[in-house]
Design a protein around this ligand. Structure first.
Ligand SMILES: CC(C)(COP(=O)(O)OP(=O)(O)OC[C@H]1O[C@@H](n2cnc3c(N)ncnc32)[C@H](O)[C@@H]1OP(=O)(O)O)[C@@H](O)C(=O)NCCC(=O)NCCS
Length: 317
């Protein structure tokens, strides 16, 4: 077996073989379509340096690892985005060899640790334990059945809602940065992760691939009557191969506006909008730190039901 780098542009067959291994990495959650898999492996949503290494046996891809190397915040970390071994090739040291290679690459890039997200009680957890990783955070995934979602129309006095489909318009970029930086308030358990800072160029870089990868992005903003931004939430649905799924991502309420039901309101309004705009979608998936009591409570009131638990593991390199 050899471990070789993947050249995304020049090696479409190898890319397709690695995608076939990794597309269902989050099952029973949504399958990753090829165009989205390529984006996530090649550069991630935040356009960061990344490398993918493949385990090749007899000219076939039998495993692979994708490493992201943050270059603005958290430069002490290397993130394992995908680590997969084909089911017929497991328990023969392939995963261990890929992990050792990733650790070597992380060290070469002056990183102190590797971080990886793994579903509870699967082979990945046994592997992480066997490799001496430390569990540092717990997340739960929940799913909302859109057929059963019928929230009442309601208002929150003193606030109004704005609906944006697609990219953030230029005049709202400064506000978007405020919202994205408010995401730093989410609990981190024992993760040694620093706050993420955003610039207008970062927002643009994050949104650039939305069109190319056919992401249909729904954002609702709550604004106070005096014009100040108060809360935001975002849903994504693939336009080409959604497989019935939408994904609930960021939600943030600016500190001065917390405790007034705005988090619930923006999520409810956005989900109702998504359901009207994309009636073929069946469900929404979301993931939260188990420690994030307020967000989990909102999701349960919206009708989200528990799916499974994931842990983040770290390995000092
Ligand atoms: C996790 C995964 C990458 C491991 O790949 P692999 O090639 O089977 O790993 P290795 O053969 O190098 O396993 C090394 C050790 O991990 C442990 N391990 C791996 N899989 C295990 C399992 N299913 N049950 C119990 N222990 C396991 C064992 O201690 C194993 O050593 P041993 O076989 O000598 O007992 C593979 O199962 C996989 O692709 N799983 C789905 C994706 C995933 O969970 N990725 C996240 C990984 S952190």
């Amino acid at each position: 077996m050899d471990i070789v780098p993947l050249d995304f542009a020049a090696e479409p067959v190898r890319l397709a073989e690695f995608h076939a291994l990794a597309a269902d990495w989050a099952a029973p959650g949504p399958r990753l379509p090829a165009h989205l898999f390529r984006l996530l492996a090649e550069r991630g949503w935040r356009a960061m340096p990344a490398e993918t290494w493949l385990a090749i046996d007899d000219d076939r891809v039998i495993g692979g690892v994708t490493l992201h190397l943050p270059d603005r915040d958290n430069t002490h970390l290397a993130l394992i985005r995908f680590l997969q071994v084909a089911s017929g090739h497991r328990r023969r040291g392939v995963g261990g060899a890929l992990l050792a290679h990733a650790a070597e690459r992380a060290r070469a890039a002056n990183r102190e640790m590797l971080l990886v997200e793994v579903v509870e009680a699967g082979p990945g957890e046994a592997f992480a334990q066997a490799k001496g990783m430390r569990e540092v955070a717990t997340l739960a995934r929940r799913v909302l059945d859109l057929a059963r979602f019928a929230p009442p129309e309601r208002e929150v006095p003193g606030y109004r809602l704005e609906f944006l489909r697609g990219r953030t318009p230029e005049p709202l970029i400064t506000e978007m940065i405020m919202f994205l930086e408010t995401m730093n308030d989410a609990p981190l358990d024992d993760l040694s992760v620093n706050e993420e800072r955003w610039t207008p160029a970062d927002v643009e870089a994050m949104e650039d691939p939305w069109d190319e990868t056919r992401q249909d992005v729904f954002t609702v903003i709550a604004r106070a009557d005096d014009g100040s931004p108060a809360a935001f939430t975002r849903l994504f649905a693939d336009s080409v191969e959604p497989g019935g799924w939408a994904r609930q991502t960021d939600t943030a309420v600016i500190r001065a506006h917390r405790g007034r039901g705005l988090g619930m309101w923006v999520k409810e309004a956005n989900t109702a909008w998504l359901k009207r705009a994309r009636p073929e979608l069946q469900r929404v998936i979301t993931w939260n730190a188990v420690a994030n009591g307020p967000m989990v409570a909102i999701n349960e009131r919206l009708g989200y039901e528990f799916l499974d638990v994931w842990h983040e593991w770290e390995l000092r390199v």
